[in-house]
Design a protein around this ligand. Structure first.
Ligand SMILES: N[C@H](CCC[C@H](N)C(=O)O)C(=O)O
Length: 262
């Protein structure tokens, strides 16, 4: 099968994007999706995203996300932002978009060259002695540390992701965080389903911003997250025990278009 694909990246988290409105690529093609994401035998990406026709009248499109391991996974924040940029390129949307992903409905706005994505509300942030755990559309374990620059993220991240706490529940993504100022943090993320460090993680930096607020490391409700692949920002409103109006903002860029036989 000949497939036209578009490569996008959002702060270094990179994706193969496919306009699948004609359903050319089926969702259980794990081997094909894994091969497309393979950085040696395929195009290479952290994940693959299908743009499909919406199931909901009010939506512009539907998002289906696969990790590089070829399996459909939970929400991808950077991928969602890249998908909005892709939808604009295809002429499906202009400056505003509304779509449904595996975790529900999302709005997005393209402004000043950045894409802002509204994330689902977060009801539970679980604080433990030396880490926090929350789900921002994907599960995230968050650890604050004085030194993350020299860490072996792949090794340290895998140790948590495959630990007793997570190994039977589908695993988790793992974020290592250093506080930079009263409203900015440096973040390095080990991503489930990539099974390696990614240059940034959208649901991950969203989790870090909320975890920093809950653990008293920031009082700001707009936080800058510095990742290996670039800067992202997360804003939110705390309403009683819930976090609402959570917006993830950052660049989302086209890299190249190609055709591949698979
Ligand atoms: N690897 C994640 C999904 C992608 C998350 C990340 N790429 C983002 O930007 O949110 C998981 O399986 O939970």
């Amino acid at each position: 099968m000949k497939l036209t694909f578009y490569k996008y990246q959002g702060t270094g988290n990179d994706f193969v994007m496919i306009d699948n409105r004609e359903q050319k690529l089926s969702k259980n093609n794990t081997k094909i999706i894994q091969r497309l994401c393979d950085r040696k035998f395929g195009i290479g990406a952290d994940g693959l995203i299908l743009l499909e026709n919406p199931d909901v009248e009010a939506d512009d499109f539907k998002m289906v996300y696969f990790n590089a391991d070829g399996y459909e996974s939970s929400m991808c924040g950077n991928g969602g932002r890249c998908l909005v940029a892709f939808a604009k390129f295809l002429g499906i949307v202009e400056e505003k978009a509304r779509f449904t992903a595996i975790d529900g409905a999302h709005e997005a706005v393209i402004e000043n060259g950045l894409v802002s994505l509204k994330m689902q509300d977060v009801k539970n942030v679980n604080e433990f002695q030396d880490f926090l755990f929350l789900d921002t559309g994907s599960p995230h374990h968050v650890v604050f540390s004085e030194d993350i620059a020299t860490m072996d993220i792949k090794k340290e991240g895998a140790a948590v992701r495959y630990s007793e706490r997570y190994k039977n529940g589908g695993g988790t993504n793992v974020n290592f965080v250093k506080k930079l100022s009263k409203d900015s943090f440096s973040v390095r993320t080990y991503e489930r389903g990539v099974e390696d460090e990614t240059l940034s993680c959208g649901t991950g930096v969203t989790a870090v911003a909320l975890a920093a607020y809950v653990s008293g490391k920031t009082e700001a409700n707009q936080v800058k997250l510095v990742t290996q692949g670039g800067d992202l920002s997360v804003s939110f409103r705390k309403e009683e025990a819930h976090f609402k109006d959570i917006w993830l903002t950052g660049p989302a860029e086209f890299v190249f278009k190609g055709e591949i036989v698979c």
